[in-house]
Design a protein around this ligand. Structure first.
Ligand code: ADP
Ligand code: MG
Length: 353
C-alpha cells in the first residue's frame, strides 16, 4: 500500500477543510486518582494524533486511519449507538455520538487520521484520537465548546460508546497540556494549573520506556478497582476518596474491610504524592521528583496491584542503572515506564532497561 494513494484528496476526492492535532501524554504522578476526584500531573508527548477533516451534509461519517490497517469505514451518523461500532472507529464514532447526545446538531464528515502516538502503550492514544475528532468537530461546526467541555464529551465517548470506564485525566491532558508545563489537574472540578517544568535546564531527562506488553486482565480489573474505590467511599460516607487525606487515613482504614484497605491507602498516598511533586517543581527542584515516582510505583505494585513483572523489572533496572526515580505510568498491567535520569545517563539507563 503506497502512502501516496492515501492522501485526504485521494481518499475522498476533495480537499480537507483543516488539520487538527492532539498529543499523547505521560502521567508524571497521580495514577488511578482521577476517578476518585483526585489529583493528576500529566505532560504532553511530542507525539500526536492528527486529523484532516471536511464536513458532509448527508449524514455519513467516513473514517480512515493510517494505523487502522483497512479501507475507509463508512458510518451513518443517525445509526451511531453504544456497542454498534466495532474496532477503532468506535472512538471517533463515539465522539460524534456524544456530541449529538448532548444536543449539538452535527452532521457527518470525512476524516483522515494519522498518528505517531504508540497505541496500547499506556500513552493515551485513545484519548488523543477522541480529542482530535472533538476539536475538529468543534471548529468545523462552530460549536464554541471549551477545552474541558470537549474533554468531557470525549470521555463520554470512551465510557459510554466504546465501553471503557476511564477517568478524565487522559482527555484533559490531550486538550489542555501545554509545552514546557505539567498539567496539575484537580479531577473534582477540572480546575487546572500549568506547572512549568524544564528538565533540560536541570540537566535531567525523562525516559519513556514502552514495555510492549499489555495483559488482557486489564479491562475487567480496571472496572473492579474503580468500583472497589466507590464502595470504600460509600462505607466511609464520602462523595469520593479524594475527600480523605493522610491525617484521616489510619482511622478510615479501621472502618474498611481488609480487601478495600490497600486501594484506599494507594489513592490517599498518591494524591499526596501529586501535591509533593507540584511543590518540588515549583521550588525549582525537579530531581526531587525521583523518590516520589519510585514511591508511587511501590504503591501501585503493592497496594493497588496493577503492576506486572515486566514493568517491575523495567523500574528496577532503571533504578539500578542510576535513575533518580522510576515508575509504571498509565492504568497498568503492562504499558510504559518512566524514569527520571541525568541527561548524560539517558542512553545508559535505556540500554540497561
Ligand atoms: P492507549 O490509550 O494507552 O494507547 P487504549 O487501549 O486505550 O490504549 O487505546 C488504543 C486503541 O485506540 C487502539 O486499539 C485503537 O483502537 C485506537 N487507536 C489509537 N490510535 C489510533 C490510530 N492512529 N488509528 C486508529 N485507531 C487508533
Ligand atoms: Mg487509552
Amino acid at each position: 500500500m503506497s502512502t501516496s494513494a492515501n492522501t485526504f484528496t485521494e481518499l475522498y476526492g476533495r480537499a480537507p477543510e483543516g488539520e487538527w492535532a492532539a498529543p499523547g501524554r505521560v502521567n508524571l504522578i497521580g495514577e488511578h486518582t482521577d476517578y476518585n476526584d483526585g489529583f493528576v500531573l500529566p505532560i504532553a508527548l511530542p507525539q500526536t494524533v492528527r486529523a484532516r477533516a471536511a464536513r458532509r451534509t448527508d449524514g455519513v461519517l467516513r473514517l480512515w486511519s493510517a494505523q487502522g490497517g483497512g479501507p475507509v469505514t463508512e458510518l451513518r451518523v443517525a445509526d451511531l449507538a453504544p456497542g454498534a461500532v466495532p474496532g477503532w472507529a468506535g472512538y471517533p464514532g463515539g465522539v460524534v455520538w456524544a456530541l449529538r447526545e448532548a444536543g449539538y446538531r452535527v452532521d457527518g464528515a470525512d476524516l483522515r487520521l494519522d498518528s505517531d502516538v504508540p497505541s496500547g502503550a499506556g500513552l493515551s492514544s485513545s484519548a488523543a484520537l477522541e480529542c482530535v475528532v472533538a476539536a475538529a468537530y468543534n471548529d468545523l461546526y462552530g460549536l464554541g465548546l471549551s477545552a474541558p467541555e470537549l474533554a468531557l464529551l470525549a470521555q463520554r465517548a470512551e465510557n459510554a460508546f466504546v465501553g471503557v470506564p476511564c477517568g478524565i485525566m487522559d482527555q484533559m491532558a490531550a486538550m489542555c497540556c501545554r509545552p514546557g508545563a505539567a498539567l496539575f489537574l484537580d479531577s473534582r472540578d477540572l480546575t487546572i494549573r500549568q506547572v512549568p517544568i524544564d528538565l533540560a535546564a536541570a540537566g535531567l531527562a525523562l525516559l519513556v520506556l514502552d514495555t510492549r506488553v499489555k495483559h488482557d486482565l486489564g479491562d475487567g480489573a480496571y472496572a473492579a478497582l474503580r468500583s472497589g474505590c466507590e464502595k470504600a467511599a460509600a462505607v466511609l460516607g464520602l462523595p469520593a476518596l479524594r475527600s480523605l487525606d493522610a491525617a484521616g487515613l489510619p482511622a478510615a482504614l479501621t472502618r474498611l474491610p481488609a480487601e478495600l484497605q490497600p486501594l484506599v491507602r494507594h489513592v490517599v498516598s498518591e494524591n499526596a504524592r501529586v501535591q509533593a511533586a507540584v511543590a518540588a517543581l515549583e521550588a525549582g527542584d525537579p530531581a526531587a521528583l525521583g523518590p516520589i515516582l519510585t514511591a508511587g510505583h511501590a504503591s501501585l505494585r503493592d497496594d493497588y496491584r496493577v503492576s506486572c513483572p515486566e514493568t517491575d523489572l523495567a523500574v528496577e533496572a532503571a533504578l539500578a542503572a542510576g535513575a533518580y526515580g522510576a515508575r509504571m505510568t498509565g492504568g497498568g498491567f503492562g504499558g510504559s515506564v518512566i524514569a527520571l535520569v541525568d541527561a548524560t545517563a539517558a542512553d545508559r539507563v535505556a540500554a540497561a532497561v
